[in-house]
Design a protein around this ligand. Structure first.
Ligand code: PBG
Length: 330
């Protein structure tokens, strides 16, 4: 018998049965890896659909506990909160961001009371509060750095004082992590963690999120003078290095799926807790195909999330968090 006619190695052998596929599996996805972003709105009795994000809703505070209950039952570790601010409360300077009774703070207090075991992540940036929809203050048509940091610091302390466990600056101003860390410590909030949106790109994939917040129509121009150029990766490593040196406990790459290479490089270079944001546009894209029957819902949700794990992400902010947790439990 001519042994040469057989392949020496058959990688298909390990794929033959489910049991070996399980044994040789290199990565896992669990509920521990899921963070659920939620949109809160003023008023009462309001649960409204975000049209470009089928299945995602904006919820008023009186409905919030019922909305979050399934996440608590499924043991999802953390929520990321996003407030929708009515135009009447928005101004040039995003003043509402520092109001101790703003929607974000009221939502945080309510959730901490109802679900003390769930971690709360607070986005820090001025775009929910500014009349122009930018993440910082504008002078002569330019989003200025240092004056923006001053108000972002106040926003962060305000949120932490209301019970937000993890401050997540998404504004991309330079030096804000260090300033926020110092201000938190001075305020006695030494255990408030910081998850920096370290590598956040000026991306077209945020469109549906801006619809959800109602900041899309307000936005003048684009965010290219502070968010990163999609062409760059070395720069992402510099952003991450700086944020870590300023005291970030965890870092994030955003968007997610089109930027898996960035996640992989960050994870390999720094070996620190690294998160990915599967953003609104990624959700909208997958949902559009799912609703058309072009993609298999359950499989594509799980595959998209496993891809983040394979790239090295510890966890994923995903609008599919509830669906994924249910599929993992089934
Ligand atoms: C605000 C912020 C944005 C997102 C999270 N925080 C939008 C933006 O930068 O314009 C996008 C999230 C998503 O698209 O799901 N700074």
């Amino acid at each position: 018998m001519n042994i040469g006619q057989f392949p020496q190695t058959r990688l298909r052998r390990n794929r033959h049965d489910r049991f070996t596929r399980r044994l040789v599996s290199e990565n896992t996805l669990s509920t521990d890896n899921l963070i659920w972003p939620i949109f809160v709105t003023e008023g009462t009795g309001a649960v409204t659909d975000v049209s470009s994000m089928p299945g995602v809703q904006r919820v008023s505070l009186d409905r919030l506990a019922a909305h979050v209950e399934p996440a608590a039952k499924l043991d999802i570790p953390a929520l990321a909160l996003f407030p929708i601010t009515p135009a009447s409360l928005r101004d040039e300077a995003g003043t509402e961001a520092t109001n101790p009774d703003n929607l974000m703070c009221r939502a945080a207090r309510l959730l901490k009371k109802e679900f003390p075991e769930i971690g709360l992540i607070g986005d820090v940036a001025l775009d929910p509060y500014t009349s122009h929809g930018h993440d910082g203050l504008i002078e002569d048509g330019y989003v200025v750095n240092d004056p923006s940091v001053e108000i972002l610091v106040k926003q962060a302390v305000n949120q932490a004082a209301a019970g937000i466990d993890i401050i997540a600056p998404s504004d991309m101003m330079d030096g804000r992590i260090g300033s926020i860390r110092t201000a938190l410590d001075v305020s006695g909030l030494v255990n408030t963690r910081i998850m920096s949106y370290a590598a956040k790109y000026a991306s077209a994939f945020y469109g549906p999120f801006r619809d959800a917040l109602g900041s899309g129509g307000l936005l003048t121009g684009d965010k290219k003078t502070y968010q990163m150029d999609p062409a760059n990766t070395d720069e992402a490593l510099r952003e991450v290095a700086l944020d870590l040196s300023e005291g970030a406990d965890m870092v994030m790459v955003k968007p997610g799926m089109p930027y898996l290479d960035v996640i992989a490089r960050v994870r390999q270079e720094f070996a620190v807790p690294t998160f990915a944001y599967q953003v609104s546009g990624e959700y909208a894209m997958l949902m559009a195909a799912i609703q058309n029957g072009w993609l298999d819902r359950d499989r594509v949700i799980m595959e998209s999330l496993m891809a983040f794990r394979r790239a090295g992400a510890n966890g994923v902010l995903t609008y599919f968090a509830l669906d994924a947790a249910r599929l993992l439990r089934a």
